[in-house]
Write a protein that binds this ligand. Sequence first.
Ligand SMILES: Nc1ncnc2c1ncn2[C@@H]1O[C@H](COP(=O)(O)OP(=O)(O)OP(=O)(O)O)[C@@H](O)[C@H]1O
Ligand SMILES: [Mg+2]
Length: 500
Amino acid sequence: MSDTFLEVRGASKAFVGVQALDGVDLAVGSGQIHALLGENGAGKSTLIKILTGVHQPDAGTVRLRGVPVAFRTPRDAISAGIGAVHQERNLITRFSIAENITLESPPSWLGLFDADAAARATRRWLNLLALEIDPATPVARLSVAQMQLVEIAKALSLESRILVLDEPTSSLTPHETARLFAVLRRLAGDGVGILFVSHKLEEVFDLCSHVTVLRDGRNACGSRPLAGMTRADVVRLMIGREEASFTAPPAPARAAAPALELRSVSTTFGHCDLSLRAYAGEVLGLYGLVGAGRSELARAVIGVAGITAGEVLIDGRPAAIRNVTQAVRRFGLGYVSEDRKGEGLILQHSVAANIAATVWHRLRRVLGFVSDAMQAATAAPFVRALDIRTPSLAQRAGNLSGGNQQKVSVAKWLVAGSRILFIDEPTVGIDIRSKADLHDLVLRLARQGTAVIVISSDMPELVALSDRIAVMKGFRIVDTFDNTRDYGQASQRIMHAIHG
Ligand SMILES: Nc1ncnc2c1ncn2[C@@H]1O[C@H](COP(=O)(O)OP(=O)(O)OP(=O)(O)O)[C@@H](O)[C@H]1O
Ligand SMILES: [Mg+2]
């Protein structure tokens, strides 16, 4: 094809114990927005890392406009016109936004870093994404979504001919996503070829014209036009069978006292006079737009921030939670953080050690030591239940694919046997088959007697999963209702609560 801009043929890559890619083909035309799909661990990020000089392939060729290229470093790929947003974060958090964005080619004046020029250049890219924030702000102060937008701005600023985006929207709101898509469409209109990875199929159908699906490191389909393909077609290619439908088991009778009750609680985060009840046996969904104060509420309850007024009751009794350790050990609280990349995992530790981390103290108290075998025995059932793809329990968590790392951080809290569990954005970055498994697991956990509080910006997910839904806006709860799992009804009520 004459307009094929980027072509990969027969790419293979093995890591210890894993054949991540096995003879993969890909062709992206200029001006094309091309989806790269597949389950967690299918090889998407590995392929992208070959295209961007992070990894060298064991076999296969990469051609740009028909000319074979071999990138030894990420810089080689950038100079050849390939820009990328990687799945893991690559920002230097103690640097400012401007310093991060201009890192590859810092503007200088008489040999000195020209901060004004950097700020000007940066502001242009931030404006494009509607990120209204001072370029001098240190990245450490940004929210997860803002960091993601800065990563995207950084890639855009390279003005590459090929733009590779590995799950760029995982932490973005629908609004931010729409804004990004407008920018991508404009770039494609100018002839830029775009390779786009996402587990959100609605996005893929909205944005992309072509698709390549990987399964277990091989092509489940080559570069194909999306037109004429249905969601079911794509799912079949990804998982090799039909998508399972999901029905929630009925909620048990409600206990007299809520497992967790907040009475007129105020926090140092800015919640004021907030009341909430969560019962054992049920899933309470906490819906809200980004910035509504949901994660902050969870963090306040588990002792990260101060509760300045009101009462927290556990099983009907007032509980003074002073810090996270006490929250976890004494009151049985757990929190699967939204920021899994930042605080969820110790990447250099093994999968088993990460999953068993929350029960170490318990094992150690009884036996005085924790062996690898004990960690493995604790972790193994959860690796199976969540279908965590890893060559062994001893694998470093950092070597797992992004989605599998997320599953590890969820497993860790499931192991802890928390009686009251906050799960923040449970399925961000998780493929659709695992999503269904995880929903199943969360509901089973609840039905076995845990009070589960799910924070999610994914409305369909929240409606499918929750027995009750509380809607948050501006650090307050504006509505709470029993959820019949009718999407039309629930979404209308939620939108009404938020927008009046
Ligand atoms: N540096 C590494 N060392 C060892 N194994 C690795 C390494 N990087 C990736 N793998 C393995 O290669 C396989 C493919 O991983 P990859 O990250 O490409 O998947 P992915 O399709 O991007 O998945 P996800 O949707 O979860 O991001 C996985 O089994 C993963 O564990
Ligand atoms: Mg990946």
